[in-house]
Design a protein around this ligand. Structure first.
Ligand SMILES: [Zn+2]
Length: 109
C-alpha cells in the first residue's frame, strides 16, 4: 500500500556562477556548471577550511586559460617544459571527450 503525502523538500532550482553571477541554466532547462572545491586538512596552511565555487562554462574556460598561462610562466625556463609538456598543456585538465551521458563511455585521454 502506498501512502502518499505532500512533503516539503529543499531542492536546487538554479546555480549562479560565482564569478559573473549569471545563471548556469542552459537551453534544455538543465544546469551546466563546473565546481572548484577544496577541503584543506592537517598540515595545510588553511587546515579545516572548505571551499566550493561554481563556474559557468565561460568562466570555467577563462579560468582554465589563466591556469594554463600560469603554468607556462612558472615553467618558462624549465628544461622539462618541452614539446610534450606543451601538448599536455593543451589538454590541461581534460580527461575525456564524447562523454555525453557522464558514464565514462567517452574517449578517455
Ligand atoms: Zn560565469
Amino acid at each position: 500500500m502506498k501512502i502518499i503525502e505532500k512533503v516539503e523538500i529543499d531542492t536546487v532550482t538554479d546555480v549562479m556562477c560565482d564569478v559573473c553571477l549569471c545563471s548556469t541554466r542552459v537551453a534544455n532547462d538543465g544546469l551546466e556548471f563546473a565546481t572548484l572545491q577544496a577541503h584543506w586538512g592537517y598540515g595545510a596552511k588553511h587546515d579545516g577550511e572548505r571551499y566550493e565555487l561554481h563556474l559557468c562554462e565561460s568562466c570555467f574556460f577563462s579560468t582554465v586559460a589563466n591556469l594554463k598561462q600560469e603554468r607556462r610562466i612558472q615553467n618558462l625556463f624549465s628544461d622539462e617544459f618541452g614539446i610534450e609538456a606543451c601538448e599536455q598543456n593543451e589538454k590541461f585538465g581534460l580527461i575525456a571527450t564524447d562523454d555525453y551521458f557522464r558514464d565514462d563511455r567517452g574517449s578517455n585521454l
